[in-house]
Design a binder for this molecule. Sequence first.
Ligand code: SF4
Length: 489
Amino acid sequence: MKLIFIGNDFKYEAEGVMKLFIPAQRFEMHYEDISQAQGDYALIERKSEGGKAKLRVKCSLNGREQEFCESVGEDTPDYEDECEMSLCRLLYKAMSALTGKEPEWGIITGIRPVKRVNLLLSQGMSEGEIREHMRSRYLCSDKKTEIALRTAHAQEKLLQSLDKKSFGLYVSIPFCPTRCSYCSFVSQSIEGCAKMIPEYVRQLCEEIEYTAKLCKRTGIYPDSVYFGGGTPTTLSASQLEAVMGRIEKSFDLSRIREYTVEAGRPDTVTREKLQTIKRMGAGRVSINPQSINDEVLRAIGRKHTAAQFFEAFELAKSVGFDVINTDIIAGLPEDTPESFKNTVDRLIELDADNITVHTLSIKRAARLNHEGTDNALKSPAAQMVDYATARLSESGYEPYYLYRQKNMSDNQENIGWAKKGKESLYNIYIMEEVQTIIAVGAGGSTKLVDLDNKRLERVFNYKYPVEYLRGFDEMIRRKSEIEDFYEEK
Ligand code: SF4
């Protein structure tokens, strides 16, 4: 489909809105060339006339056309932004009329809608004003604004309790037993790289020690530790002990408020590993079924069964963790609304403290995409998410962090639900971009945050374990940017 821009270049924003309606499309971009307005196209036009920008969007799809217009005074504050927003709304209305779809987040295509709501609350807007603002400016449905507001309220106190000198320590273990078909992380299946793990653990310990010294010099301290990946429990109990032990030895953990290890795949969980994790200081683990339907698990390439998930969950309970998180995904291939409902109901019955409901996002790197299936795009994810929202709300869970990704099934979102007091600080702080995250390990990305001066910088580790092992010196060099960042403050 062609996108034709006249008098503007809001390419990125327009493409984002178009993808809400026709996600699998490729768009051809044309500028100042109205002769391209043939076949399927969207014409996005701004003309200046009598001190006003005359904005027009005309869309043609499968022989049907829709056209909408508006104008914006050239003396309007933030004129460019206003034109862009207006054109996006016109485009949304035209495409909605042509496709019959009404994406519930409106023209919000960014990944952090709650950050927007938090900002409006901090400006003193009432809930009623925020609802109206989200409706008229972003065409966001009341239902989605409601969930964003609930999430913002759940975060309020936890955001206030943040110390600017603290940071979250992220430890990346980029290995998994097998690769799930929807995965687009850098994680490697251990079939191919088991030999590399001992060397990886050794080098990770060195990086931890170096990073801890650097953090001490800058005067920052960790208030949370988060082991993710990958599947950290792909490591053996002794390897986990080595890494966790090095963290304890190198960092000052006296002000730690939260320590999490993602056990992730139930097929990697053993009593010995869980006991080691607990003994070494973690109070929280994630055991993630994604679905408790064995057919779905097979279809997405997870080599474990629902029964193995229940066993791992009970094991974690018996070891005595403070919080057990479980992740599930709406919109998986072969899943149905009935089977998804069953997954939600069973997790609530299990009394999981924290249930994260993801919506499948088909990223380019995912094997699912390479295999050419569009099942996920056809899946009734919105219906599933609605069910989870209703059931979790009535069962004492509150949404506490929320984010969106590109190309999510039915334009939904990911939401972390928790019982009161069981929220994950790390998840909130990383999502709202209010705290520095120091990452160690392959694929880790350090995010340096200075809220006072509105600065945000990233330092990337090498993505893949092989590069990580080869390029260690360079990576350590990059880490020195942490010190530079804090010196400039
Ligand atoms: S467990 Fe997670 S990181 Fe590992 S392959 Fe599956 S989706 Fe990817």
